[in-house]
Design a protein around this ligand. Structure first.
Ligand code: SAM
Length: 416
């Protein structure tokens, strides 16, 4: 059905590993690769020519299309406008066996997945913690941004995934990574060994709903309801519920165990914020274009599956909230990035909302990592405009969510 494919095709995104290669060389080699693949595949060329012929006969658009084709030829390998180490190649370009990939000079990583490490932007020499790191795409990216200067402490609790991280680190020459098998929640961020930690990347397990071409305004009905219900509950309600999920920062097991708890809690604050957020929810409904009316008549099996998914999302959200709370406890943090590849409010804005108070107490505030980026967090609380979202349907990359917390600059002393 319509809605399961992105409106904008996703390019083949390629992250250039600056530890092993430079942009110009990689661009030249990839361009040569594209040209030689075309030569080897005359059938495809023939088809393309036929298509071009056809297009020429479509009078109204012929001129424009020729121009587009020309531009396409000139720019087969395109530098991304936002991320300096990212290239876009034509959709479907197969590079899995290309020596640049097999030798670790480039990493096949989507644009959205490259945004969290760039949002953190750790400085060379820093000690950085990657809390839930495997298989390490973002860890190796952090190492590259730091030019291998400093330390990246990479934790994961899954031994097989950590083994993949280790081999990715070797492949990409990311020698400043120290991979450790550990449950991040069981670490003590205030221990002396973490005194040097200045940056934290928290990219925890999530529903992955952003990677399956779902769209914020085009979700299954109960996803939509879950998102808007959270909004209807009122920003303070969302904040309080998520804060409660945060409270037991060393023991996530005592976090609330059902969405009912969240529902009950949120009622208390109806009077304060309901109107404001209701408007946001209504606007969201109004703004949703192209809604597929067929989605309204889903079978009971689909509803059942959806209920199971809702419970899974809530469980993940409780873990994410506990992990963010824990990550905020590193005492000398300068920057922290929280990211997911989920589209759900519950895993994104609600988790951040629940951590705001704790972040403020730690001297951190929300900051905007990509001021020129167009898609923002849902407007559920003041400051949500600093949050970043990507949309799998419209942005040519996976659906992601990114929040950057940064140390508040010291207030200037006023001389009286
Ligand atoms: N950042 C990774 C990357 O870019 O390659 C992807 C991380 S993946 C979304 C989440 C990871 O968190 C999984 O590898 C999972 O094993 C790990 N994880 C989940 N719970 C954890 C915990 N309590 N402590 C440490 N790692 C955990």
């Amino acid at each position: 059905p319509r809605g399961l494919r992105p409106q904008v095709s996703h390019p083949r995104w390629v992250r250039v590993n600056l530890l092993k290669a430079n942009m110009d060389d990689v661009m030249r080699q990839l361009d040569e690769h594209l040209q030689s693949t075309e030569k080897r595949n005359p059938q495809q060329d023939g088809n393309r020519q036929q298509q071009m012929e056809k297009r020429k006969h479509q009078k109204a658009v012929a001129a424009m299309q020729q121009q587009e084709q020309q531009q396409e030829r000139q720019s087969r390998v395109v530098l991304d406008a936002l991320l300096p180490d990212l290239l876009a190649l034509p959709p479907g370009t197969d590079l899995h066996d290309h020596p640049l990939v097999t030798r670790g000079s480039v990493v096949l990583q989507s644009k959205a997945s490259c945004m969290p490490a760039r949002a953190l932007n750790p400085e060379p020499g820093w000690t950085v913690v990657d809390c839930c790191a495997a298989p390490g795409n973002k860890t190796t990216h952090l190492a590259a941004i730091m030019g291998n200067k400093g330390r990246v402490l990479a934790f994961d609790k899954d031994p097989k995934r950590l083994a993949r991280l280790r081999s990715n680190a070797v492949l990409t020459g990311a020698s400043c990574i120290e991979a450790r098998l550990a449950d991040f929640l069981s670490l003590d961020p205030t221990a002396p060994e973490f005194r040097e930690v200045r940056g934290v990347l928290l990219d925890p397990s999530c529903s992955g709903s952003g990677t399956i071409f779902t769209r914020m305004d085009h979700l299954l009905p109960s996803h939509r309801i879950r998102g808007t219900a959270a909004a209807r509950a009122g920003a303070a309600g969302v904040i309080e519920a998520a804060t409660e999920a945060h409270a037991p920062c060393t023991s996530p097991t005592s976090a609330p165990t059902s969405t009912a708890v969240m529902g009950k809690k949120t009622k208390k604050n109806d009077n304060n914020n309901n109107n404001k957020v209701d408007k946001a929810a209504q606007q969201q409904e109004l703004d949703a274009p192209n809604r597929d009316p067929g989605l309204a008549q889903l079978s009971p099996q689909v509803h059942e599956r959806d209920a199971v998914e809702a419970a899974r999302v809530s469980q993940l959200a409780r873990f994410q909230a506990a992990a963010l709370s824990h990550a905020l406890r590193f005492p000398f943090l300068e920057r922290l990035v929280y990211s997911t590849c989920s589209v759900h409010v519950e895993e994104n804005e609600a988790v951040v909302a629940g951590a705001l108070q704790e972040a403020a107490e730690a001297g951190l505030e929300l900051a905007d990592p990509f001021p020129s980026w167009h898609r923002r967090g849902l407007p559920l609380f003041p400051g949500a405009e600093k949050l970043v979202r990507t949309d799998a349907y419209q942005d040519g990359t996976d659906g992601f969510f990114i929040a950057l917390f940064r140390r508040r600059p010291p207030e200037k002393e006023v001389n009286m």
